[in-house]
Design a protein. Structure first.
Length: 119
């Protein structure tokens, strides 16, 4: 059974950067891995996904050009580099073995990592 541990969140000012990490136990290199975020009071939103070949990535319109997803299969890790952060990027970020952009509702999430963007 896959389990994910997310880290790398923090508090930054608008325009700042963070790099999130998602370490997966039971990781297999042929899995698609997606990053999701949940703003307070909202459903989760899929913002980016890396398909197994590391050459196929998908982004939500709201983050395209600012976020970059990458993976290191040898380390069972998927990263999300977030640049030029905006207050609307604030939320708890999770990863999941699912490639989906947009709203997604589930109760099965790890602890996540909090990202707060404010001045």
């Amino acid at each position: 059974q896959l389990e994910f541990v997310e880290s790398g969140g923090g508090s930054v000012q608008p325009g700042g950067s963070l790099r999130l990490s998602c370490v997966a136990s039971g990781f297999t290199s042929d899995l698609a891995i997606g990053w999701f975020r949940r703003a307070s009071g909202e459903d989760h939103e899929g913002v980016s996904c890396s398909r197994s070949d590391n050459l196929s990535t998908v982004y939500a319109d709201s983050v395209r050009g600012r976020f970059t997803i990458s993976r290191d299969n040898a380390k069972n890790t998927v990263y999300l580099q977030m640049n030029n952060l905006k207050p609307e990027d604030t939320g708890v970020y999770h990863c999941k073995a699912l490639c989906l952009i947009g709203s997604y509702r589930s109760t099965n999430w790890g602890q996540g990592t909090q990202v707060t963007v404010s001045s």
